[in-house]
Design a binder for this molecule. Structure first.
Ligand code: COA
Length: 146
């Protein structure tokens, strides 16, 4: 089997692939309403897609939070690909791109079940638990290596 690769989406087909992964994971699997999952930031955010061969298996997006801080959102790996390092690879590519674009740190709202995943990657929890789309979350941050 080919090793997964992660790309920054540069055309509409790749952006559609990112949305297809999010549709499967957040809308179908987690039951998030489509009107919440897909939002206006999708027009302007950077989209990342993990591929196994030609099959999109993971996605994430990045957008500015403030002048120094990027916000990572919609991190998802298809269920049958979890636990194989795809999420780690996705986040590494997001972080590299964010650093290249001048962001000093990244911020994200993690579903609490995913907090140990992000902690392993160096993110620190900086909030109490709060609800978003009916799912408990915490805010986490990480300072990037320049
Ligand atoms: N709890 C504890 N550790 C976890 C974990 C979890 N839920 N998920 C992953 N890890 C650990 C792995 O064991 C691995 O550790 P190791 O390198 O020491 O072996 C490390 O984190 C990297 O894991 P990886 O295989 O790259 O993660 P993944 O591809 O399974 O992706 C998610 C992780 C969270 C993106 C994936 O589970 C997912 O898409 N979940 C559903 C959607 C979701 O909830 N997204 C998060 C929204 S905030």
């Amino acid at each position: 089997m080919e090793a997964p690769v992660v790309v920054l989406a540069t055309d509409d087909a790749q952006k559609r692939d990112a949305l297809a992964v999010r549709q499967e994971v957040f809308i179908r699997e987690q039951g998030v309403p489509p009107a919440l999952e897909l939002d206006e930031h999708d027009q302007t955010a950077l989209h990342f897609v993990a591929y196994a061969g030609r099959r999109p298996i993971g996605a994430a997006r990045l957008r500015p939070y403030d002048s120094d801080t990027g916000k990572v959102e919609r991190v998802a790996v298809l269920a049958d690909w979890r636990g194989k390092g795809v999420g780690r690879l996705l986040m590494a590519v997001v972080e590299r791109e964010a650093a290249a674009r001048g962001f000093v740190r990244l911020r994200l709202n993690a579903q609490t079940h995913a907090e140990p995943f992000y902690r392993k990657l160096g993110y620190e929890t900086v909030s109490a638990v709060f609800e978003e789309a009916g799912i408990p979350h915490v805010t986490m941050v990480k300072t990037l290596n320049p």
